[in-house]
Design a protein around this ligand. Structure first.
Ligand code: 6AU
Length: 364
């Protein structure tokens, strides 16, 4: 029944997790069910394409492990663009290991995905513990971040020069932006055996867990519309997509495997917000999963019969086919946009096509 229901109405259905509701509203406000797959190899290219197409997308998907110079700067600047242009970030990590290992892969290492991506994805071939483990890791990563910005410990005897008191307090769980200054402050205080904030160390080591962008806040750009204002406040949230089907030729995610995936998602619909799939898998009355579909491209104008593949197993369908005929909600487009001469214009072409297919599907 989600096929004929608008994104706005779906945002308000019972059992819709806060992040899914937020994304559904964001999609409706931006009139964009387009996710850019930003498969680029440098931070500069990532930021450039995010600026160029940010207004046209609801979601930006990354493969952080293909960015040669991925660093804290990559994350900080991407988050700044995401906040300003109002899109969520989805790290396409495709987790696929035992629970204990995926927890570490999600929260540790040079990528520390849980700190900066609202959404990530996982295969279910290791069994359902991959979902519960990622859910647990997301919860504790957020809790530890929140406590890091709120907790102070006393090291030795407090001195009168307690400069940590002068630091701006976190607003809404958001760490102060001048983390490096705070590190210097804490080092000085530590030498003096003064009061040191735990947050100082944690929030300067890596970019703090970012909040979901808050479109309702006027960021000074003058572009906050009343619709964005109505979207309301969203706390730090993380969510998961399960790979239920793939776009590549000869893949094994079919039949009973896909059915099992949907079952697992239903049992954890507070964390699993949807699927990577080629068609809607919402079958039960209570299902309200978001379907996100990769393997989407538009043939260049005048070449409607062009071969729809990349010669390496990828299979492409049009936005209209996946959204209108297969019931998908969000199209994921990489090279179709990245290789265009005018990427902003091409993103708009995809957004318009996918949105028209959605409006036709719900018969607006
Ligand atoms: O549009 P493309 O072909 O340039 O890029 C498609 C993007 C790539 C793939 O890693 C990803 O979508 N992808 C996925 C995802 C999103 O999980 C699943 C799948 O079945 N096929 C697929 O292409 O970044």
């Amino acid at each position: 029944h989600t096929l004929s229901t608008s994104f706005d109405v779906r945002a308000s259905l019972p059992n819709t997790s806060p992040l899914a509701a937020y994304l559904l509203h964001l999609i409706a406000i931006k009139r964009s069910n387009l996710c850019l797959s930003a498969d680029v190899n440098t931070t500069a290219e990532l930021l450039e394409v995010a600026e160029e197409v940010g207004d046209s997308i609801c979601l930006l998907k990354t493969h952080a492990d293909i960015i040669n110079d991925f660093s804290e700067k990559t994350v900080r600047e991407l988050r700044e663009i995401a906040k300003r242009k109002r899109f969520l970030v989805f790290e396409d990590r495709k987790f696929g290991d035992i629970g204990s290992t995926v927890q570490k892969q999600y929260t540790q290492g040079p990528l520390s995905i849980a700190k900066w991506a609202e959404i990530t994805n996982a295969h279910i071939f290791p069994g359902p513990a991959i979902v519960t483990s990622l859910k647990q890791a997301a919860a504790s990563a957020i809790a530890s971040y929140n406590s890091s910005v709120n907790t102070e410990i006393s090291v030795g005897s407090p001195s009168s020069d307690n400069s940590s008191e002068d630091e701006p307090s976190p607003v809404n769980g958001v760490a102060p932006s001048h983390g490096v200054d705070r590190l210097h402050t804490s080092t000085r205080d530590l030498r003096k055996s003064s009061v040191v904030s735990i947050s100082t160390t944690i929030s300067t080591k890596t970019e703090p867990i970012s909040p979901v962008p808050t479109p309702y806040i006027d960021d000074g750009s003058g572009s906050a519309s009343s619709a964005f204002e109505n979207l309301g406040s969203t706390p730090y949230l993380r969510a998961l997509l399960l790979l239920a089907e793939m776009s590549s030729e000869g893949n094994l995610l079919t039949g009973e495997y896909t059915t099992q995936c949907v079952e697992i998602a239903r049992q954890h619909n507070d964390f699993v917000i949807g699927f990577i799939a080629q068609r809607s898998l919402n079958e039960q009355e209570s299902d309200n999963f978001l379907t996100m579909t990769p393997g989407v491209s538009l043939p260049p104008p005048g070449k409607e019969n062009a071969n729809m593949g990349d010669g390496q197993g990828q299979q492409y369908n049009t936005p209209r086919h996946v959204v209108l005929e297969m019931g998908s909600d969000v199209i994921i487009v990489g090279r179709g946009i990245l290789q265009a001469e005018d990427r902003a214009a091409e993103a708009e072409r995809y957004r318009t096509e996918a949105w028209a297919a959605y409006e036709r599907r719900i018969k607006l």
